[in-house]
Design a protein around this ligand. Structure first.
Ligand code: E4P
Length: 228
């Protein structure tokens, strides 16, 4: 499974990228708007920072202009993936882009039926929004499991990207469901590494190591016998 960051904030991307586990980035108009900066500059910086896939979202509502915008976004970098929404226009533009070999990510997917449509237009990625399904008092993880099962049964090659993840257990459950990719905000990514027993264990190791150093500094060389 690949792990993506769901952000347009370059400092967060640089920080997580140092861990050696970051395989890509997803952005959307809301995330880009939070940067209050030139959009192309923001996208280009992310595309050059990350080796893996970077999703850039179209904003044109009609199929024709969305297709043209998709061509431009795809040309921004070899690792650019063009996001189109799950709408009739998004499907039309997405199909044209996909037929031309451009990798598309169909976003704003909330049901297995929509995920079938994304696969049928040859999408590279489908993005079901787990947390937002939960927000609507439905079961986002159940929808994800159904999508993964359907894709297996039908032999669809479209990769399932679990999006709108809100906490580490979402990531664990998405991995168990068979999602190909999980994208998550910086705070969720940061929590993946955390465990209180890791902190406690490290604290004890450090204390024991320090007390050994003190003991060795205060002793005559060779006077401490092993096991004594
Ligand atoms: C995915 O590509 C979306 O940008 C994202 O996961 C949306 O998540 P949200 O529901 O936290 O805004």
């Amino acid at each position: 499974m690949r792990l993506f960051l769901d952000t347009a904030h370059i400092d967060q991307i640089r920080e997580i990228n140092k861990w050696g586990v970051l395989s890509g980035v997803t952005t959307n108009p809301t995330l880009v708007a939070k940067e209050h900066d030139d959009v192309e500059r923001v996208w280009k910086e992310i595309l050059s920072e990350v080796k893996g896939d970077v999703s850039l979202e179209t904003t044109e509502p009609e199929a024709g202009p969305m297709y043209e915008q998709g061509l431009k976004l795809a040309a921004m970098g070899e690792n650019a993936v063009v996001k189109v929404p799950m709408t009739p226009a998004g499907l039309e533009a997405g199909r044209r882009l996909s037929d031309e070999g451009i990798r598309i990510n169909v976003t704003l997917v909330f049901s297995p039926a929509q995920a079938v449509l994304a696969a049928e237009i040859g999408a590279y990625i489908v993005s079901p929004f787990i947390g937002r399904i939960d927000d609507a008092a439905a079961d986002g993880m159940h929808a994800l499991r159904q999508i993964c099962d359907i894709y297996d049964i039908q032999g669809y090659e479209t990769e399932v990207l679990a999006a709108s993840l809100r906490h580490p257990m979402h990531v664990v459950e998405a991995a168990l469901a068979g999602a190909d990719i999980c994208t998550m905000p910086y705070d969720v990514f940061s929590k993946l590494v955390k465990h209180p027993l890791t902190d406690k264990g490290l604290d004890q190791f450090n204390k024991d190591w320090e007390s050994l150093q003190k003991e060795l500094r205060g002793s005559v060389p060779g006077s401490i016998e092993k096991g004594a």
